[in-house]
Ligand binder design. Structure first.
Ligand SMILES: NC(=O)c1ccc[n+]([C@@H]2O[C@H](COP(=O)([O-])OP(=O)(O)OC[C@H]3O[C@@H](n4cnc5c(N)ncnc54)[C@H](OP(=O)(O)O)[C@@H]3O)[C@@H](O)[C@H]2O)c1
Length: 340
């Protein structure tokens, strides 16, 4: 009998998530019912928002229940299908979970996509063509509507979303793109490797003073991945009619759905700022167009692809905390098996 290895939620994490919040289990391979697709998982992508799915509330998705396998974005191969849109052997990407075999439906919150044999690494479908890359694309082009001459700031600028948001803003003609990151090495990386014009080390520098120095006429567009005190500081440095995109709230650690709201929110009134959110499923009909544009920028050298691929199913729970405690730049991916 084939064994289905699983990482199940053992208890609700309190504070930072840890390996002890999960438990290893071996189960039978599930049987697909009508409409199900049985997928053998190959790669798991890591997203900070996985932490919020572990709260009682779950945030924008149903909470993961104790005893259930941990939800993830993933890539896998179809091994059995009761949905005519998916054939055995297809390589697919979508919502999966930390187990060898997962039952997926094509009609979930994000479409289960059949991946083309496109001549680039499969992992790119979780990174540049996945949640991070596409959120960066729609966030900068549609959310912030970055235009030539803009001064743009991106927080968490080494993250899977942030490093691309800066490059996309430059591609659209932004005059100056500034990123925030933790530590001098990461600050060097975003300028030398990700095409940013300048970096602010949020762990050691006075962010307000640096913004005043780098953006004397104010910030036209702020791509906010962090929330908290950083958002409050940015609110004081926005140009009149500036735009803010609320993409994430890394500073909260996502340990709860209730987060610190901005104290300086009256700046929105007095500077006539626009504040908009983003959630990728709202763009579900435009994902292919976004991916095409991103691919063009990769091919012509405007954007680079940065990812760290780690191997080993046993490591699945160890990588999640690193999203908050510090990880290498780019997309973090776990490789668990190869296609047959
Ligand atoms: N709304 C959407 O549809 C959507 C889609 C994708 C992502 N997001 C959100 O976007 C944010 C970034 O996601 P990602 O995939 O790019 O993440 P990622 O690759 O894990 O990067 C997260 C980054 O956050 C930084 N960070 C961690 N704790 C921080 C803190 N307390 N203050 C400031 N920075 C901190 C880390 O960099 P340092 O080492 O520099 O601290 C890390 O590079 C997350 O909040 C995520 O939830 C939203």
């Amino acid at each position: 009998m084939t064994i289905n290895r699983q990482w199940l939620l053992a208890r609700r994490p309190v504070g930072a998530v840890s390996r002890d919040d999960f438990r290893f289990h071996e189960a039978a391979v599930p049987e697909p019912a009508d409409g199900d697709v049985l997928v053998r998982t190959m790669y798991f992508g890591y997203d900070a928002s996985q932490r919020i799915w572990l709260t009682d509330d779950g945030g924008y998705m149903p909470p993961i229940q104790i005893g259930e396998p941990m939800r993830t974005m993933g890539i896998g191969q179809v091994v059995d299908s009761r949905d005519p849109s998916y054939a055995v052997g297809d390589i697919v990407a979508g919502f999966m979970s930390w187990q060898d075999y997962v039952l997926v439906r094509g009609d979930g919150p994000m479409p289960l996509m059949v991946l083309p044999d496109a001549g680039y690494p499969l992992t790119w479908n979780l990174g540049i063509f996945g949640v991070g890359g596409l959120t960066a694309y729609f966030g900068v082009t549609d959310g912030l509507k970055v235009k030539p001459g803009d001064t743009v700031v991106v927080s968490a600028a080494t993250g899977a979303t942030g490093y691309l948001a800066g490059g996309i803003a430059k591609a659209l003609g932004a005059k100056k793109v500034i990123g925030t990151a933790g530590g001098p090495e990461k600050c060097d990386w975003i300028v030398e490797q990700a095409g940013y014009d300048a970096a602010i080390d949020y762990k050691s520098e006075d962010i307000g003073a640096r913004l005043a120095e780098l953006c004397p006429e104010g910030v036209d567009a702020y791509f906010d991945n962090v929330g908290g005190d950083m958002l409050d500081t940015l609110l004081l440095h926005m140009a009149p009619r500036g735009r803010i995109l609320i993409c994430g709230a890394m500073s909260s650690g996502y340990t709860d759905v209730q987060m610190q709201g901005p104290r300086n929110y009256m700046q929105i009134c007095t500077q006539m700022l626009s504040v908009q959110g983003i959630l990728l499923p709202f763009y579900r009909d435009q994902l292919e167009d976004g991916a095409k544009q991103l691919a063009e920028w990769v091919v012509n050298g405007t954007l680079r692809v940065e990812e760290q691929v780690v191997s080993g199913f046993d490591k699945a729970p160890d990588l999640l905390p690193t999203m908050f405690s510090g990880k290498e730049p780019g997309k973090l991916i776990l490789h668990v098996s190869d296609p047959v």
